[in-house]
Design a protein around this ligand. Sequence first.
Ligand SMILES: CC(=O)SCCNC(=O)CCNC(=O)[C@H](O)C(C)(C)COP(=O)(O)OP(=O)(O)OC[C@H]1O[C@@H](n2cnc3c(N)ncnc32)[C@H](O)[C@@H]1OP(=O)(O)O
Ligand SMILES: CC(C)C(=O)C(=O)O
Length: 552
Amino acid sequence: MMPAAQNKYKAYATVRPATRTWPDGRIDHPPMWCSVDLRDGNQALIDPMGTDLKMRMWTTLVDMGFKEIEVGFPSASQTDFDFIRTLIEGGHIPDEVTIQVLVQSREELIRRTFEALAGAKRCIVHLYNSTSEAQRRIVFGIDRKGCVDLALSGVALIRDLSAARPEGEVTLQYSPESFTGTEPDFAVEIVEAVAEAWGASPTRRMICNLPATVEMSTPNLYADVIEWFCTTVKNRASLIVSVHPHNDRGTGVAAAELAVMAGADRVEGTLFGNGERTGNVDVVTLALNLYTQGVDPGLDLSDIDTVRRAAEHCTGLPVHPRHPYAGDLVYTAFSGSHQDAIKKGFAARKSANDPTWEVPYLPIDPADVGRSYEAVIRINSQSGKGGIAAVLERDHGLEIPRPLQVEFARIVQELADQKGRELESSEIMTAFADTYFRGGTLELVDYSTVPVGKGVQRALTASLLRDGKDVVIQGVGSGPLDAFVHALGKDLGIHVKVRDYHEHAIGGGSEAQAACYVQIAVGGNAPTHGAAVDAGITMASLKAVISALNRG
Ligand SMILES: CC(=O)SCCNC(=O)CCNC(=O)[C@H](O)C(C)(C)COP(=O)(O)OP(=O)(O)OC[C@H]1O[C@@H](n2cnc3c(N)ncnc32)[C@H](O)[C@@H]1OP(=O)(O)O
Ligand SMILES: CC(C)C(=O)C(=O)O
């Protein structure tokens, strides 16, 4: 038994904005994005990235279009320091990209940070100290004033070192770390003090980053406190309000989205949500959530698998198969009704002249992120006729008619149940061929036809093997199939009624083949299906009838 919750945990304290506007919000433009893969993501890895992996991550982020990238904590690690020097000295930072570095409010660390930044044209120095009531009491042993003083001592040094930089001033970012555990009025107090000490103004905005260092509440309460902060803080116009959600409750994405509705201008996060504990907010999901609402996210994810491979290589962590937009299974439907609807959705798109995406069960066109339609439908015991027919069509060119779909789906379900696993496309084709391209008592060897009378009718002669013995049958009908049916009844006493007939070409040109599907009834017996593929359509149709008879 877990200990009684009410004795051990407290509900999150809330603050209510005077006018709560965020629930009516829509996100109609992307926030400013900042990747923290090379810092918060990296610091959470069992094996932090070395220079080569950092460079691969950096290139991936730049190629995706990030304009702000936190590249490390240069005063904490020589690897981070050296990597930043490599970026600057190697000319790897495009003009439109600003690097960001993290530092605590400690003199020697701040000085070392500025050494790392020598030569960088544009950079953000990100200063943090924890402001939560618990950390002030437990970790730092300081009161509110002590906490403000700690922040201000850092700001004063950064201001001086920044002013002395020959390359120009840095941008200051300040994080009241553990913001979600900080009394909102104190967060406002310390940010106002820092902004004033820095000399923030509408033309020299300071980034004020409000982290859910630990996600402690439902996302609506985070949004409430963000809106309350934005409407309470002095000189809001002098601040870029940034959020930095973590995912402790599994709602980091929702928290970020609601925070943007509540007034945040900027979001810090990582690719696929790597980061401390349960991770940082996943910027890939955030960006593609925007995209599916018709908003250009400003990040290029047209080749999501390349981004994913880079992230997996750099972090050593796999992306979950169900991860939004990027997982192996997210463009795959196993269940029958989903497969049926997806198949119909794709077909409707083909015939409609409208680019608007509207395929059931697929919130995004897989092609937009470089994934293929081919992977959409896979078959197991939960699959239905629509999906199975789609696989036969997609991989084997067979467009089987609806009554045959219904019958074959039962056969496939039994097979999948018996195997207890997903079926390969080749196994489905083999099952189809074994069932409907059926050899047996009868085998068609050849046939010929000639016109009869004024050519309205045709006479057909067919050579068959019946139980291995040659037989020749002859009949007359309105076409070769009709004449064949007549011949079977007249010469072999097999009285066939064709109940359903479909044919189509497979492929084109000299390689083209014909596929034919029939449903026949013999005497009072239950109808059976047969199918055949042959170079000629007549041969395919006669063989399909023979297949059906062999099954009967
Ligand atoms: C929420 C976040 O993700 S914040 C980022 C966290 N990232 C990291 O910590 C990774 C990089 N950090 C490090 O490698 C180390 O902490 C270093 C190199 C920066 C500092 O190392 P050390 O001083 O040897 O060790 P340590 O981190 O344990 O020091 C903690 C001290 O710093 C103080 N401190 C912690 N954060 C801050 C801060 N933001 N500003 C000022 N002082 C701070 C603590 O109160 C403690 O003080 P004490 O020594 O008087 O008790
Ligand atoms: C330094 C801050 C922004 C941080 O990483 C956090 O609070 O998670």
